[in-house]
Design a protein around this ligand. Structure first.
Ligand SMILES: [Mg+2]
Length: 131
């Protein structure tokens, strides 16, 4: 039991650390491209990346067209993965131009997942098969 808790804590720390490293690398990239030190609240940069997000989401759908009722044969797994990575990078840009650091963002995701889980169970669903 104790070991299981330690493993869970280590795993959480590692995952958070991995994200923090990626976030820092993306901050460095933004600094190189725009000259902006982030995290910072810059509305026009946020709007730019909101538009970019629309494009990236479209590229994900284009890589996997199985959702369509017609002309739905195209599916490129590698392309889809690359476009999903673009979505994640663009999300980082949205977060950093909203003046949130990686730790705050990861913490907010964890809290929101817990809240969604609680709300789902409170609504009478109690299927633990996915946990
Ligand atoms: Mg793309």
């Amino acid at each position: 039991m104790m070991r299981k808790k330690m493993w869970k804590k280590m795993k959480k720390k590692t995952m958070s650390g991995d994200f923090a490293d990626l976030y820092k690398r993306q901050q460095d990239f933004q600094l190189m491209v725009t000259g902006n030190e982030t995290p910072v609240d810059i509305c026009y940069e946020f709007c730019y990346h909101m538009n970019a997000m629309q494009e990236e989401l479209g590229e994900v759908l284009k890589a996997d067209k199985r959702w369509k009722t017609h002309r739905n044969a195209h599916y490129d797994r590698d392309e889809k993965l690359e476009e999903l990575a673009d979505v994640a990078i663009t999300l980082m840009n949205l977060v950093m131009y909203s003046a949130f650091d990686s730790e705050t963002f990861i913490d907010a995701i964890g809290k929101k997942i817990s809240k969604n889980t609680e709300n789902y169970k409170k609504a009478g669903h109690n299927n633990d098969s996915n946990s």
